[in-house]
Write a protein that binds this ligand. Structure first.
Ligand code: RI2
Ligand code: URA
Length: 503
């Protein structure tokens, strides 16, 4: 049917178009039907909502759909029901545990990017991957399809280094230090990050506290060719566009299927044109990879996938048994990362991990002799060169390079938990810490999160502060307190573990 476009001020995170009830009856359109909208040469897909908000002969276009194509008010378009995409059949093949052919994977990725597949089908696909997985052939096909359905970047500043964590460990602000250290040594590192997937703050969520993270590829090319680095959000770019869409489903289910994680990460590194890639696999209790053996197997997959993409990949298996540093949550982590860069001093775990990863990258990129990378990274951090580079990054990304970390606003609704007995901290439960930070409002509420006053191995006396929850609203704080009481994220044990009575 022909319809006149009306732009509606609706933003729903879904690609909704509004059709008048009578038109819908005549065109046999029903709620949530997929429709093709043809505007000249451009075809866009949307889901139907039936509403009297538009008159007959009109189609209401939401802001989301406007993001796909710049319709103009009053434009005449052709609207027709779109059949069930062929790729749904391939999703069901994966649901039944069958191997997908390259062309089938390409069809799924293309339909995700063209928004022909809706949340329900995408979540089914992600769930099928969680249950049935992908082999290396499928992962390679998925990676290339994800990269090639988006733009690719060609940066004239070689060699191009990159670093990416599979995530999972709370407080993992590490790469916010790694990037300026590596760039301060003269190497190029165009870092893109996703927003939180399973954690309370993805690196993009943290950086957004003190700089813009949404840029076009041309802007990134300009920034990186000028200062050798960036710290941006991959989702804002048309880089592997299927990635941010599938990440939304992963986040809703708080899962990160291995095959999709491999493709998600390597498609972005491939699209950035990164030649030397370091992958961080936090390993331990309560993170995505629990044992070193599993980490080594995953590492081999990353290295193999890199080979198929022409990228040199190394992997660092890192300690993930407890949160990194003392803070979890966007603003709290931003404070800790920036003050560590500014002073060269900070939590041992954060400095150890950041200089360790940066050291490997310096050796991979030929800026440090073999075995000397970590020492060089530490010198770059302690000399203030890393902070100088970070100030350049902040300036180029529209932030205030004279920022004072302690001035970054954090949630002022707080509650501090104290030790109920004396003894030693024997464990900090990663999942509980993430759950409490998210209950407090992170990552959407930038100031929400957790400040840890102790780490594993430290001695505490009864009444000592263990951790403080920060929230931006009393309601959220209460939710977080209830959850903290129930999950007791910090385990204190005296030397007397249990008394078995004479019963
Ligand atoms: O921890 P969760 O949320 O599961 O994983 C997502 C996080 O891991 C990666 O970190 P980095 O950008 O390499 O620092 C992603 O970019 C994202 O920030
Ligand atoms: O960027 C990332 C990080 C972890 N897992 C993913 O799927 N993508």
């Amino acid at each position: 049917m022909k319809a006149r476009v009306r732009i509606l001020d609706v933003y729903s995170g879904r690609y909704t178009v509004f059709i008048n009830e009578n038109d819908a009856k005549n065109a046999k359109l029903h709620p949530d039907d997929l429709v093709r909208i043809e505007a000249g040469k451009k075809t866009v897909y949307g889901s139907v909502a039936i509403s009297g908000v538009v008159g007959e002969g009109e189609i209401g276009v939401s802001r989301d759909v406007l993001g796909l194509h710049n319709f103009s008010e009053g434009e005449i378009v052709n609207v027709m029901p779109s059949g069930i995409p062929e790729s749904v059949r391939y999703i069901k093949k994966k649901m039944h545990g069958e191997k997908l052919r390259k062309v089938e994977i390409e069809a799924i990725v293309k339909d995700i990017v063209d928004r022909k597949l809706r949340d329900i089908e995408i979540s089914s696909f992600v769930t099928s991957l969680e249950i049935n997985g992908l082999d290396m052939d499928e992962i390679a096909a998925l990676t290339v399809a994800m990269a090639e359905t988006g733009d690719m970047l060609d940066i004239d500043r070689k060699p191009i280094m990159d670093v990416h964590s599979i995530g999972g460990v709370p407080g993992n602000k590490t790469n916010i230090l790694v990037v300026p250290i590596v760039a301060a040594a003269g190497l190029t590192i165009p870092k893109t990050s996703s927003r939180a997937i399973t954690s309370a703050a993805g690196t993009a969520d943290v950086v957004e506290v003190f700089a813009d993270v949404s840029f076009s590829l041309d802007e990134i090319k300009r920034i990186v060719e000028k200062i050798g680095a960036c710290l941006v959000w991959g989702g804002a770019l048309n880089l592997a566009p299927a990635d941010d869409i599938t990440i939304k489903s992963e986040r809703a289910l708080s899962i990160d299927p291995t095959g999709l994680m491999l493709a998600s990460i390597m498609s972005k590194k491939y699209a950035m044109g990164s030649q030397y890639v370091l992958i961080d696999i936090p390993t331990g209790k309560g993170v995505k990879v629990e044992t070193v053996d599993q980490a080594r197997a995953l590492a081999r997959d990353f290295i193999e996938l890199g080979k198929r993409l022409g990228q040199y990949v190394e992997v660092a298996v890192t300690y993930g048994g407890q949160p990194i540093g003392h803070t979890v949550g966007p603003a709290l982590e931003a404070r800790e990362a920036l003050s560590t860069l500014m002073t060269g001093k900070g939590p041992g775990s954060l400095i150890e991990k950041a200089t360790g990863l940066a050291g490997i990258l310096l050796e991979m990129g030929g800026a440090a002799p073999s075995g000397m990378g970590k020492k060089m990274a530490r010198e770059i951090l302690e000399s203030g060169k890393a902070w100088e580079k970070m100030r350049e990054i902040i300036e180029e990304q529209g932030g205030n390079p004279d920022i004072k970390p302690e001035e970054i606003p954090i949630g002022d609704k707080t509650y501090t938990f104290t030790a109920s007995t004396s003894g030693y901290v024997t464990a900090i439960d990663n999942r509980a810490v993430t759950g409490i930070a998210k209950a407090a409002g992170a990552p959407e509420d930038k100031g929400a999160g957790i400040e840890l006053h102790v780490k594993v191995g430290e001695k505490v006396k009864e009444g000592d502060p263990l951790f403080t929850v920060h929230a931006e609203s009393e309601a959220r704080l209460d939710q977080a307190i209830v959850l903290a009481r129930r999950t007791e994220p910090i385990r204190i044990e005296g030397m007397v573990l249990q008394r078995i009575g004479n019963i």
